[in-house]
Design a protein around this ligand. Structure first.
Ligand code: NAD
Length: 523
């Protein structure tokens, strides 16, 4: 048996398709101590094609159920999650190394997602009847109807195994698509459990399935489906987009980030400190929207850094199943722990001050200490590359102008936070940051606010989830134009062309498109 959980990144393994093809299964480990949970069979391309063909065959009946019919099934999935929250959290905690409080947020979040999309789908996907933009077209009835992409492939990462697969799978199912998920090879078990429940306990229609593997399986899924929803690193996202270009399959990419947090001199420092600790270190810093760079105005820099260091030192790291008295879990993958070490050592070697943490924890498993680094700058990886770990680098800036310039000095543009003395001032600064979402005097909340879109600018992605954007991407508009009045045998624009009709049409064109009576009449 060949293990796919080596220390290289998933994208590297994905490019070694030959090696993946030889593997028959991969092992899933417990990050807390490195022990093996179980091995999972790899689905080769032929099996991926079979699964997609099967759900494709079931999709027309699913679409024909209508939103109300599909809603009933999704509500059963919601109720199953509510009844089995603890079981799902057990599976997830084991494969991710999250603390209990964090393992327990995923199922409730998805219940909210089911309610939101089932309650709003009719409004978001309703047929539209636009008014013709010119008078002569008033004889026509214009209609836009929405049809689902038959099969959506969801490729998901390991940091929120259920949310980042089902937060897209749910609206796709509500829209009438069939869905096949390829979860991360590090954390496939939660998704497998929920799909098993859909099939075996809920008895749901055969429009939801899961395939397992690394690059070869993911690539095969891209080849087979009609729409690709990818969440993961920008590096793999680019590989996926290139592959999708071969079949001109549309993609939505939710990629990495390097989110800045700005603290202006008149901000509430204590609130900013507490928010920074949570925004940077929740899920052990392994959130796409984790705060990864902090810019603090010079007059409050020293106080902010001292209070932040004190706050972070008090965080409790460890995992005791069932206990809520822990703040930081393990790093989910050994490769990510290595990236964190590399960024911290790079900063240390370039003169930054490590105020707390700064090293891996001894013993088994993948543990990295909560770390605060001061006096950083943009020559250091910790301020330019995605760290995706429990590290909080803080940089001093002269004023808000410099803070905005530094925040925008990144190839990423996922989200940001601004702390200011007034919300008005915070919003002014928020509008100038080149990202898809900004929290004012808050952190991470834009993800939980379903009514606003979540997605990345620049190399953080293409497309959005949540709000109407999160479901409309899974449907194609179809225009239907039909007569409103009884029609003659020939329309003016049809054959045969005659000079009399042409002259009339030219005059009519001028009358319709010019503005001002004299101009319309050509005077
Ligand atoms: P990753 O890119 O390594 O893997 C993501 C998924 O792609 C996995 O399922 C993996 O098996 C699959 N994959 C790997 N090679 C592939 C290939 N050649 N073809 C098709 N699929 C392939 O990412 P990861 O390490 O699992 O997740 C961490 C990254 O995800 C971070 O960069 C993080 O910022 C990002 N992320 C983004 C969001 C967002 O919503 N923007 C959310 C969470 C995580």
């Amino acid at each position: 048996m060949e293990s796919a959980t080596a220390s290289e990144t998933a994208a590297e393994r994905g490019s070694q398709d030959g090696a993946a093809a030889e593997a028959e299964s991969f092992e899933v480990h417990r990050p807390v101590d490195g022990s093996t949970i179980r091995s999972v069979p790899i689905d080769p391309p032929e099996r991926v094609a079979e699964v997609v063909a099967r759900v494709r065959a079931a999709q027309p009946a699913w679409e024909a159920l209508g939103i109300a019919g599909r809603r009933r099934w999704l509500e059963r999935l919601r109720d199953w999650m509510l009844d089995n929250e603890a079981r799902l959290a057990d599976v997830m905690q084991e494969e991710t190394g999250k603390v209990r409080a964090e393992a327990e947020i995923e199922a409730p979040f998805l219940c909210g997602s089911i309610n939101y999309y089932t309650e709003h789908a009719a409004e978001f996907l309703t047929e539209e009847t636009p008014t013709p933009h010119i008078l002569p077209l008033r004889v026509k009835r214009l209609r836009i109807v929405y049809r689902p992409y038959p099969v959506v492939g969801v490729i998901s990462p390991w940091n929120f195994p259920l949310i980042l697969a089902f937060d897209d799978a749910i609206p796709a199912l509500v829209a009438g698509c069939a869905v096949v998920i390829k979860p991360s090879e590090f954390t496939p078990l939660s998704t497998m459990e929920l799909v098993r429940a859909w099939k075996e306990e809920i008895g749901g229609p055969d429009v939801l399935d899961v395939v397992n593997g690394v690059g070869e399986t993911g690539g095969a899924l891209v080849d087979e489906v009609d729409f690709v929803q990818f969440t993961g690193s920008d590096r793999t996202g680019k590989i996926v987009m290139k592959r999708a270009a071969d079949t001109l399959t549309p993609v939505s990419l939710e990629l990495g980030g390097k989110d800045p947090l700005i603290v202006l001199r008149d901000a509430d420092i204590d609130r900013a400190v507490n928010a920074t600790a949570t925004g940077a270190l929740a899920n052990t810093g392994q959130i796409c929207m984790s705060i990864e760079r902090i810019y603090v105005e010079e007059p409050i820099y020293d106080e902010f850094v001292a209070k932040l260091t004190d706050r972070v030192r008090k965080l409790r790291q460890g995992i005791g199943r069932g206990s809520y008295d822990e703040d930081l879990g393990a790093m989910t993958t050994p490769a990510q722990a290595e990236i964190v070490s590399d960024h911290v050592e790079d900063a240390r070697s370039k003169g930054a001050r490590i105020l707390t943490g700064g090293k891996r924890k001894d013993g088994s498993g993948d543990w990295y200490e909560a770390t605060v680094i001061a006096d950083v700058d943009h020559s250091m990886k910790v301020m330019t590359d995605e760290t995706f770990g429990p590290v909080v680098p803080v940089m001093k800036v002269g004023d808000a102008e410099e803070a905005v310039r530094m925040a925008n000095d990144s190839r990423y543009g996922l989200s940001a936070s601004v702390f200011a003395g007034s919300n008005r001032r915070g919003e002014e600064v928020a509008r100038r940051i080149d990202v898809g979402a900004v929290n004012v005097n808050d952190v991470l909340t834009t993800y939980f606010a379903m009514g606003v879109p979540m997605g990345g600018w620049k190399e953080s992605g293409i497309g959005f989830r949540h709000a109407s954007y999160g479901i409309k991407k899974f449907v194609q508009p179809k225009s239907i134009v039909s007569p409103r009045i009884k029609q003659g045998k020939v329309d003016p624009l049809w054959f045969p062309y005659t000079s009399r009709r042409r002259k009339f049409l030219n005059r009519a064109n001028r009358f319709v498109n010019a503005r001002g009576l004299r101009n319309r009449l050509g005077l």
